[in-house]
Design a binder for this molecule. Structure first.
Ligand code: SF4
Length: 512
């Protein structure tokens, strides 16, 4: 019988991975039971074995800009085997024609796949796929719960559950607000909690709340709504905010060995009640996009709602005072950056008590305002690498891809790359990491902290920024080794009898 496969492409396989790629398990649930259980392949664990795919099978490949080229490679190989090839994900949403011409797609799904996917599969099995399907932006109550029963045993350290999609902001380097929309689409508290309970039953203690922005309503939004004569917007915002508190109150009732992590804007530091609720819910970590430590840098990325200098330190420290650890994300290569920016940023990260930090190179990703401006430049359109226009940089083979894409007014590109590498090296030196590991108490937790810090650096810094292939290969080997060691520290014993807060034991079901 023909089967459905779902593939997450990657050129690097580590054997274990930090976070479950949620979309694989959501689409597995959306597939339903009519065609049997889908076969799930996450290439960050191990590469796809083409022999498992037969003529007539349906293969869904999800791509973002970073893994699109690998996705196209396997799309063509799969099509040559006579299977139906369907692309989805952010990159395919932006460039459906590219997935067809370069990836061998029979069909491309744009937007959310949750609801439309079974139709796509049925059309493929009927040999009548449409070239493009528009999944649109579905409402929060239509988000499908994942099929966690299909997870391979003990390969991931963290599971992922989504509580909302969309972000009201409009940062210039980010495509989320354009693809997922600026209107937050929130899922019901019951559905989120049900999934979390199922994951804890299976032994996951650490869960990433894979939201675009966990703090969708700010004080400024409420103040603006209060000034309007129509009371409806204020009622809506109040309801959205209250649902966040309801969710956190339910999470707080779960076993106390659980830890959650999310993404949030720095504005949440304005709201002590929200931070306290996060702490009670054990949302103990948050990725905060700091981006730049100067006002000029924030203007460069349309992030005027962030703060700079001492005020920035105070805001970031507010998270720590409430028991929430911050992974601060910084961008290097902004026009306003100077040679001093790298050290100044690391110094600020240390002063602000950040528990983790990431330093990324400014990259014009399609779907963003930055990309549109960058790609519109005449000269750039004529620049090629191995015959590929630089304005389609994701199609350049990974080893030949530039690390930076635009000349800087005061620094050479190599100075920026080396400065960024130095920032990673300084922030994640053994001495600094060991000193920061004091944030946890037991020896086991300190070891876990050190390992995860080193793993993070190996996976993201050396493999993403280094140009020396020996360094990249060494990092991949290290990451595999640390990943295996870390896994045991994060997973807990399964709790098959765990009940939903306020309910008697019942089997976990996928209610969509
Ligand atoms: S970077 Fe964060 S805050 Fe800015 S638009 Fe993207 S998701 Fe929203």
């Amino acid at each position: 019988m023909s089967r459905v496969h779902l593939v997450n492409p990657s050129t690097k396989s580590f054997g274990v991975a930090v976070i479950t790629p949620r979309w694989l398990y959501v689409l597995a649930a959306a597939t339903g039971s009519r065609w049997g259980d889908p076969q799930i392949v996450d290439e960050t664990l191990e590469p796809l074995d083409l022999e498992t795919i037969s003529s007539g099978d349906v293969v869904g490949i999800g791509i973002h800009t970073g893994n699109a080229l690998r996705g196209y490679e396997i799309g063509n190989q799969i099509r040559a085997r006579g299977a139906w090839v369907v692309f989805g994900g952010i990159h395919a949403t932006l460039f459906p024609d590219e997935a067809t011409s370069l990836g061998g797609a029979h069909a491309v799904v744009r937007g959310d796949g949750d609801v439309i996917w079974p139709q796509v599969v049925a059309d493929c099995f009927a040999a009548k796929p449409r070239p493009v399907y528009d999944g649109g932006r579905i409402a929060g109550e239509q988000f499908v719960s994942a099929r966690w029963d299909l997870l391979p045993d003990r390969r991931y350290m963290w599971a992922s559950v989504q509580t909302l999609r969309g972000c009201p902001k409009h940062c210039s380097f980010c495509s989320v607000w354009r693809t997922d929309g600026q209107e937050p689409r929130q899922r019901s508290v019951d559905r989120v909690v049900r999934e979390v309970v199922e994951l804890r039953r299976r032994g996951f203690r650490f869960i990433a709340l894979a939201d675009d922005n966990f703090y969708p309503v700010t004080f400024a939004d409420l103040a603006n709504a209060r000034r309007r004569t129509d009371p409806a917007p204020l009622r809506e915002l109040d309801a959205l905010r209250q649902e966040r508190f309801d969710l956190m109150a339910r999470l707080a009732e779960l076993p106390d060995d659980m830890v959650f992590y999310t993404q949030i804007t720095m504005e949440a530091a304005e709201d002590p009640a929200f931070l306290d609720a996060m702490k009670r819910a054990r949302i103990l970590g948050a990725l905060v996009g700091v981006e730049s430590v100067t006002n000029e840098g924030l203007k460069d990325v349309y992030k005027g709602f962030n703060l700079a200098g001492d005020e920035l330190v105070a805001r970031l420290r507010a998270f720590r005072r409430h028991g929430i650890h911050v992974l601060g994300s910084f961008i290097f290569g902004l026009n306003s950056d100077t040679k001093d920016t790298f050290d100044a940023t690391v110094a600020l990260a240390e002063r602000a008590d950040l528990t983790f930090a990431q330093f990324v190179l400014l990259t014009p990703f399609p779907g963003t305002v930055d990309f549109d401006k960058w790609a519109a430049d005449e000269n750039r359109r004529g620049t090629t690498v191995d015959g590929v226009p630089i304005t389609q940089h994701w199609l350049i083979p990974e080893s030949r891809r530039p690390r930076l894409y635009a000349a800087h007014p005061t620094m050479s590109l190599e100075e920026i790359r080396v400065g960024t590498q130095r920032a990673w090296d300084r922030f994640y030196s053994w001495r600094q990491v060991w000193a920061r590991s004091r944030v946890v108490e037991s020896v086991r937790a300190r070891i876990a902290f050190v390992l995860i810090s080193k793993l993070y650096r190996q996976m993201y810094a050396n493999t993403g920024i280094a140009t020396d292939s020996a360094r990249v290969q060494r990092s991949t080997r290290w990451a595999r080794w640390i990943g295996h060691a870390c896994r045991r520290l994060f997973l807990g014993d399964p709790m098959p009898d765990l009940t939903l807060p306020g309910e008697a034991l019942e089997p976990a079901i996928n209610e969509g």
